[in-house]
Ligand binder design. Structure first.
Ligand code: ATP
Length: 369
């Protein structure tokens, strides 16, 4: 049974529908992330669970019981905010102890629990510091310790890393994931950063304009996106609303049933009823280091010619942007580029698209077919 369950939640503000019949089931101990662009309704949904916002329709259940009638402080949730929201006039230890004092926990217990929470967030030797003596990352660790120490049934985090610089974000997201796994506390996390979502989550719910597009593991949302929106929002994706000129590969398609199926999809792209998609790292440059040349190729693939427009070489990798003669632009990511190809802007090149890496979306519904 799901531990946190949202059933048909809708929320309207005057003219804006922020949430439209959102239903989600989060398992006990799960790290569940709400991911989507600005304004898609993530924060509204999180605040509805916390009880700060009252939904127009639908129910919120925790452990099988409705919590809709409970005020926020009786919902047994811990909240970590984007702007830390720690008290500036209290020491680190007092900030963390605050929720325990409010709950009238015994003094000795408070001391132990604060010490243990500070240890978990690596701030044991900062307990008497004041917030202004801490870095942004450390202040957010205090926010995390303060939410955790009350041992809530559900931990809610609203973009906790977005005020931190890039390096700290990466460091702290790994800590948050490890702490969450260690404590096994059911966590609902909001972010608009798709990479962060992939790194920390057990499952991700991708939202768009108040609706759910897909719920799945990081692998599923990246490798098997159910809609064009998910495909473009999570990672980079090339879309082709027509076939590259000179596509060959009919003979390279396997004889098995898959071939006929693939043919139908490709015809759909050709007649405009479908869109094909492929990740930059799945596009192969024939003859380049990573690609098994000629007959040694492993899988069926589509081949066609293009021109390299730009090359960005970062040492370990290279990003190409290529264009076909019928004006389809494709990003290509190569992990081990050859020296010749790094200096190849303007050069003709043959590309190979392995058929198992191709995705297809219906041109109208934008759902995967
Ligand atoms: P962000 O990442 O920018 O925080 P979000 O996905 O969390 O975005 P919400 O803050 O939940 O989105 O907002 C969803 C929609 O509801 C937006 O269109 C927003 O403008 C609208 N909205 C949010 N709060 C209110 C409010 N108090 N009054 C009117 N409209 C609101």
């Amino acid at each position: 049974m799901a531990f946190v369950e949202l059933r048909g939640i809708s929320k309207r503000y005057d003219t804006v529908t922020a949430l439209q019949e959102v239903s989600i089931a989060v398992e006990a101990g799960e790290f569940f992330t709400l991911l989507g662009p600005s304004g898609c309704g993530k924060t509204t949904l999180l605040r509805t669970i916390a009880g700060f916002i009252r939904q127009n329709d639908g129910e919120v259940l925790v452990g099988g019981s409705s919590i809709d009638r409970l005020p926020p402080h009786r919902r047994d949730t811990g909240m970590v905010f984007q702007d830390y929201a720690i008290f500036p006039h209290m020491s680190v230890a007092d900030n963390v102890a605050f929720g325990l004092r409010n709950r009238q926990v015994a003094r000795a217990d408070i001391k132990d629990r604060v010490a243990s929470a500070l240890q978990t967030v690596h701030l044991s030797d900062h307990e008497s510091r004041m917030p202004h003596e801490l870095s942004g990352g450390q202040q957010q660790r205090v926010g995390l310790a303060r939410a955790m120490v009350i041992r809530p049934q559900v931990l809610l985090m609203d973009e906790p890393l977005s005020n931190l610089d890039a390096k700290l974000r990466i460091e702290l997201r790994e800590d948050i994931r490890d702490i969450q796994h260690g404590l096994g506390i059911t966590t609902i996390y909001v972010t608009h950063d798709q990479e962060e979502a992939l790194v920390v989550s057990d499952r991700i719910c991708i939202m768009n304009q108040g609706r759910i597009e897909q719920v799945g593991t990081p692998w599923q949302v990246y490798k098997q996106p159910e809609t064009r929106f998910v495909a473009s929002f999570v990672g980079n994706m090339n879309f082709m609303d027509r076939l590259p000129e000179g596509v060959t590969g009919g003979s390279a398609l396997p004889d098995a049933n898959g071939a006929a199926d693939m043919q139908v999809r490709l015809e759909g792209v050709a007649d405009g009823s479908a869109v094909a998609a492929i990740r930059p790292e799945d596009v192969l440059i024939v003859g380049d280091g990573g690609h098994p040349a000629g007959d040694r190729r492993q899988s069926s693939e589509l081949r066609f010619d293009a021109t390299i427009e730009t090359v960005t070489f970062t040492g370990r990798e290279a990003e190409y942007f290529v264009r076909t003669s019928n004006d389809i632009g494709l990003a290509v990511h190569v992990t081990r580029p050859t020296e010749a190809l790094v200096a190849a802007a303007g050069a003709p090149v043959t590309l190979a698209l392995p058929v198992e890496s191709l995705l297809f979306f219906d041109g109208k519904t934008e759902k995967r077919i």
